[in-house]
Design a protein around this ligand. Sequence first.
Ligand SMILES: [Zn+2]
Ligand SMILES: [Zn+2]
Length: 273
Amino acid sequence: MKAVIASKPGIISLGNKAYPETIGSTEVRLKVRTAGICGSDMHIYKGTNPFVTYPRIIGHEFAGEIEAVGSNAKGFQIGDHVVVDPVSSCGLCYACRLGRQNVCKTLSVIGIHEDGGMQQYTTVPTSSLHKVPDRISWEVAALVEPFTIAAQATSRGRVTAEDTACIIGAGPIGTAVMMVCKMIGAKVLVIDINPARLDMAKKLGADTVVDPASPREKKVLDHFTKHGGFNIVIDAAGVPEAFEKAIDITSPAGRVVTLGFSPNSSAITQKEI
Ligand SMILES: [Zn+2]
Ligand SMILES: [Zn+2]
């Protein structure tokens, strides 16, 4: 069967892999239907993902149909449509005990630390599966994982309908965050340097969009927040300048959520915070 393999930085190819004949007792075998390409997959390709090990079958945003179930795999049956939670955690460390498995000390992510979903078939433990209704298209099902990032960011940022929110970065994750903020009822402004991405953000529900290179930027931000600053800023750009800007434009008692993993330092002083 076919698999997308990142063998080392700069080299990615469609290769062959043995079909997974054996299934653990609490696992299922999935026929993978769709998989999204994440920004972090691009980092794996370029060699700038600090967490990955090579060679790696990539793909952590994927959906599939159950083709076989293990002898003790409860709650799932052949034909079920499922999405996969790619994160597995120890359940014992401080973060896990707090219910924050996403930052487990020995976190392992399918498609990054272990082989992922960009292969025709794969085995997955039932504890990592979530059923999706058959009426949800496979393309939309593959977007569940990026939307969990948006759900996490907005929950950590305690976004409410009363908030004036700013999303820095209108890539797929920033756009998903914007859509969840709008579902909650917040007023949302999106910042990005790419006009096509700003157009898309506007089309998908952003109240206002602005290019940070525009001389109008400060005026637009001040007008949007009535000179009060943003109550919540979510940095989905992941560059040091965006993190600095986030601190700069947040209101007193506001919240900043950062989603990138840039290794470069940013110049934020204690006084600003
Ligand atoms: Zn991702
Ligand atoms: Zn843990």
